[in-house]
Design a protein around this ligand. Structure first.
Ligand SMILES: Nc1ncnc2c1ncn2[C@@H]1O[C@H](COP(=O)(O)OP(=O)(O)OP(=O)(O)O)[C@@H](O)[C@H]1O
Length: 328
């Protein structure tokens, strides 16, 4: 569905050239949900805008939805749906009208657009809102309306730029269900950008990680996580004085990396945390050491990014990340 080779974009600015995307190769098969993940400024939107014909690549080639991006951008445009970060509906318009107008732009006739629009409203739980002003919809409803707009001309490939940014957790989870539905019920291929690791993990068949304009990793969420060897064992000491002894015992675990200490928290990475945990707790107990808490953390996508780049996926954040790997 997408086949790109060496796609690059340099912006000319007064301060000099900005190499936003530096030669991206990527492939997306029909029916996949692919997540495009990376920190702010990594090049996600620039890549998306090139693939959707909104921005001309400085270098590289791509076929998108079966048409050549450079030679036949008109066909690419007709075959894809694009839901921009900022959305595309205007506040004063009525929701249904907005969707029908969008379809007319694509050459869909009014009757067909209305029938399709009403079906999509039902599928995306917007029924009853056809005549409502867009400005009176909730954030989640408006985002789903953006998606209806992106789908009204029945594209085979849909690009979603940060579809859940700004939504509350329930609205995000609800939108994931709808994105899965696009693929499962309509057979659409979905290419989405996101900052949220949990979103990519839960929703995507495959993930591409971009950093500094280049793809630094790709694979299924599980594949990527398996590249980070080991589990993290986090031991929270009840008494600060016990921390050095806890670290010393943790360091003796089979295959352990050097433990790190942060206040009363000792963290150690081991190849198979689950099998070592019981023995570790027995050793600590035998030494009369009391713990406030124990956590075994499987690798997260953020660990993958840390391993690859030495940085957290979440901007400017250092190692103090929530232990469940969920994005803030
Ligand atoms: N029109 C432009 N002119 C100059 N530089 C730009 C322009 N648009 C983007 N850039 C720069 O190109 C780089 C990539 O930006 P891009 O918006 O593609 O990243 P992103 O991964 O989508 O970021 P975000 O997650 O913040 O949306 C950044 O350094 C950005 O400042």
């Amino acid at each position: 569905m997408i086949h790109a080779r060496g796609l690059a974009r340099t912006y000319k600015t007064r301060r000099g050239d900005v190499d936003a995307v530096r030669g991206v190769d990527l492939g997306v098969d029909a029916g996949e949900i692919v997540g495009f993940l990376g920190p702010n400024g990594a090049g996600k939107t620039t890549t998306l805008r090139m693939l959707t014909t909104l921005l001309r690549p400085t270098r590289g080639e791509a076929t998108v939805a079966g048409a050549d991006l450079r030679r036949d951008p008109g066909t690419v445009r007709r075959r894809i749906g694009y839901v921009a970060q900022s959305g595309s509906t205007s506040g004063e318009a009525r929701a249904g009208e907005e969707v029908v107008d969008h379809a007319l732009l694509y050459g869909v006739d009014r009757a067909t657009a209305t029938t399709r629009g009403r079906t999509l409203f039902e599928q995306l739980e917007l029924d009853g809102l056809w005549d409502r002003k867009c400005s009176s919809l909730s954030g989640g409803q408006r985002r789903r309306l953006d998606i209806v707009t992106g789908l009204i001309h029945t594209p085979r490939l849909v690009f979603l730029d940060e579809p859940t940014t700004g939504l509350d957790p329930q609205a995000r989870a609800n939108l994931w269900t709808h994105v899965r539905g696009l693929r499962d019920e309509r057979g659409s291929t979905v290419f989405l950008t996101t900052h949220y690791l949990d979103e990519a993990d839960a929703l995507c068949d495959r993930i591409l990680v971009i950093d500094h304009g280049q793809i630094v990793a790709q694979g299924s969420p599980e594949d990527l996580k398996q590249r980070v060897s080991g589990d993290a064992v986090l031991l929270s000491a009840a008494q600060t004085a016990d921390v050095p002894r806890i670290a010393a015992i943790a360091a003796q675990l089979s295959g352990a990396d050097a433990p790190t200490v942060d206040g009363t928290l000792v963290e150690v990475r081991v190849p198979a945390g689950r099998t070592l945990l019981a023995g570790l707790l027995r050793s600590l107990d035998a030494e009369g050491i009391e713990l406030d808490g124990v956590e075994l953390r499987r690798p997260t996508l953020d660990d993958v990014f840390l391993t690859l780049t030495g940085r957290s996926l979440r901007d400017g954040e250092s190692r103090q990340v929530p232990t469940d790997g969920a994005a803030a």
